[in-house]
Ligand binder design. Structure first.
Ligand SMILES: [Zn+2]
Length: 446
């Protein structure tokens, strides 16, 4: 596949190469350059074997960027969008989300994941680290969507049937972690506040045995940290260290209230953190996490979290929130700079262990996005970095390529009927909304 006549953007520098071409061989970028080479194809100078029936995409001057990575999501919550607004975290969980989720069927997770995947793909997200239930059904949805994913079956260490659910998660992980090269699997202990230390140790052992990573929530609120100190004599991050969860490759969602010592522990362990600014802002919770984490040298990516606490799965809007939150929390407009936030759109790829992810260069995975410039919001185009962080709208995303295959063209998925997915999700949310008097699946007290 040859993409030509593109403005290739380097997100780490905010620079643009006009009249660029990108030659994709299979699932990898084979060569990148600018000028006439992309136009006069057939000479082999693009570094790959050019075939007669090669697919050629004329980008018509659109920006070409690497695919975005959503480092923490509950994709199947897409149908819960708008179900828990203007409430405290306690009410969000106990009176809304955990009641709805108790009534979700495995089939609902399939359709919810498909809706979330469609939303991500059509907004330029090519890869997600997903954490939810019934992940065999999420797996099918991600497979169907063409999206790249790391999926974790969430497990609680308190409540009913914890041992059975842990066994189910182990069975799921063993069965699926080599099932599709595009979809990897992690263990998903929910959090230190819902998984006692012994339970976490068991999971660490299983993760080591099977050879997979772990993906958990930690220190999302100040109350969680205070309660952990009261009960365990240490912070939630220190509990993760004690139990072995904190290690190279482990993915921590939030760590938003991590202390300076916690941050040092995280950096030294090689664990990575997904920052989900929209969720914190919704709960009226402002901290200077991002500037502190970046100064400490943490490996970071951005997460949308679920649609019930963000409303959108678009990483562009999440990145905008990250920059604005950093400025607001520090009272310093120089924080949350373009150069510090823009690379976070794709840094989740390397955080997930995908080599060369987030770059348009030879050897990188062919996960690519074409952004239309011919809309009012993207003009006059004085600063591509500022436009991509602050001005872009999702309808600017035109073409999305994952693993060398076109999955979105002119803003629509190439093989999924959008309307069917919308109808299924409408039906399911109306059905589960009839159960609002039920008790929640867990009790949140953090
Ligand atoms: Zn989460």
């Amino acid at each position: 596949m040859l993409i030509r006549n593109a403005s290739i953007v380097d997100l780490s520098q905010g620079t643009v190469t006009d009249d660029g071409f990108c030659y994709v061989d299979g699932s990898t970028i084979a060569s990148v350059g600018s000028g006439s080479i992309g136009k006069s194809h057939g000479h082999g100078r693009h570094g790959g074997a050019f075939r007669d029936n090669e697919e050629i995409i004329d980008a018509d001057g659109a920006y070409l960027i690497p695919g975005l990575v959503n480092l923490h999501a509950h994709t199947a919550m897409a149908p819960l969008r708008g179900t828990a607004e203007d409430v405290t975290p306690e009410d969000w969980f106990n009176r809304h989300v955990w009641i709805f989720e108790k009534n979700l069927t495995p089939q609902d997770v399939y359709w919810g994941t498909l809706l979330g995947a469609l939303e991500m793909l059509t907004s330029g997200v090519t890869c997600v680290a997903d954490h939810y239930f019934h992940m065999d059904h999420a797996f099918r949805a991600f497979q169907r969507s063409g999206m790249r994913a790391n999926i974790a079956q969430a497990v609680f260490g308190v409540g009913d049937d914890t041992e059975q659910k842990l066994q189910d998660a182990i069975a799921f992980t063993e069965e699926y972690h080599h099932a599709d090269p595009r979809i990897t699997v992690s263990f998903g202990p929910h959090s230190p506040y819902l998984c006692p230390p012994e339970f976490l140790r068991k999971i660490v052992k299983e993760a080591e045995r099977i050879g997979v990573r772990m993906h958990t929530h930690v220190s999302e609120t100040a109350k969680q940290v205070a309660q952990s100190i009261a009960h365990n004599g240490k912070t939630p991050v220190a509990v993760l260290k004690d139990t072995g969860v904190l290690r190279g490759g482990s993915l921590l969602a939030h760590a938003y209230h991590a202390t300076d010592e916690d941050m040092t522990l995280i950096r030294e362990s090689g664990a990575v953190v997904a920052h989900c600014p929209t969720t914190y802002m919704r709960f009226g919770d402002m901290t200077d996490f991002l500037p502190r984490a970046q100064k400490t040298g943490l490996v970071l990516g951005l997460g949308s979290d679920g649609a019930a606490s963000n409303s959108t799965m678009s990483l562009f809007r999440t990145a905008r929130d990250a920059a604005l939150l950093a400025k607001l929390a520090t009272g310093n407009p120089e924080e949350g700079s373009l150069g510090s936030v823009l690379p976070l759109l794709t840094s989740g790829g390397r955080a997930l262990g995908l080599p060369n992810y987030g770059e348009v260069r030879p050897g990188a995975p062919a996960d690519l996005v074409l952004i239309r410039k011919n809309t009012p919001a993207m003009n006059p185009g004085y600063s591509v970095a500022a436009d991509l962080l602050y001005a872009i709208q999702e309808h600017n995303v035109d073409t999305v390529i994952v693993d060398g295959k076109i999955v979105v063209k002119h803003g629509r998925h190439v093989s999924i009927d959008h309307k069917t997915v919308y109808d299924k999700n409408r039906e399911l949310v109306e059905r589960i909304a009839q159960h609002t008097s039920d008790s929640p699946m867990q009790v949140f007290n953090g």
